[in-house]
Ligand binder design. Structure first.
Ligand code: S6P
Ligand code: ZN
Length: 186
């Protein structure tokens, strides 16, 4: 049977949802380049960087998933809050991301090192082709909210990102967001 959920543009939360996952500073610790900043944040608490609400629309005829992610504003050192980022385990699986609130960047990278950035604002919809890792960075003062639509069999491969990160990081320099080479790779 058809299923509808109700999305609240003011909060970035849809209901009903099946699951909610919180990603805290400790979960993302290895992803940020400034490890001193990570440790000093952890010493005073373990703040939530982002949270994801899921509805895996599993019916007899469809198995698409819906995920809505809310990335809270903030920085770790000078690097903006961001998602961990991942490849899909299945090599044939794309995804659609739809930015509904906030501002930032979508970072995309292949295993061969082809790197792209998509500037994001409310209304930007990006198709992520198969075999492109994807990470969202919130460079604004507001919560960044985006909707993800994907096949629930796609799977997540975090390992390459954990090991090396993306080619570039998004940092605040001179009061504005800038993309610079990832210090973890130099
Ligand atoms: C799933 C989709 C999103 C992310 C979510 C969190 O394929 O891309 O639902 O899982 O935005 O990002 P991450 O990198 O922590 O999974
Ligand atoms: Zn994905």
């Amino acid at each position: 049977l058809p299923i509808s959920v109700q999305f609240d543009f003011a909060t970035g939360i849809f209901t009903p949802f099946i699951d909610v996952t919180e990603r805290r500073m400790s979960d993302l610790a290895p992803m940020f380049y400034d490890q001193d900043a990570v440790q000093s944040i952890l010493a005073s608490g373990n703040r939530t960087i982002y949270e994801i609400r899921y509805h895996p629309f599993i019916t007899s005829s469809s198995d698409m998933g819906l995920g809505v992610t809310r990335i809270f504003p903030g920085k770790v050192g000078d690097e903006y809050h961001m998602t961990k980022g991942h490849f899909h385990e299945r090599l044939d699986q794309p995804e659609i991301y739809f930015c509904v609130r906030g501002e930032g960047y979508l970072l995309l990278e292949t295993r061969d090192g082809d790197f792209r950035t998509e500037p994001w604002q409310p209304g930007t919809i990006t198709h992520i082709p198969p075999q492109w890792a994807h990470r969202v960075v919130n460079t604004g003062a507001d919560t960044l909210v985006f909707v993800a639509s994907y096949h629930i069999s796609a799977g997540h491969d975090y390992e390459p990102i954990l090991a090396r990160g993306f080619s570039q990081v998004v940092v605040e320099r001179g009061g504005v967001p800038q993309l610079v080479p990832n210090p973890r790779r130099t």
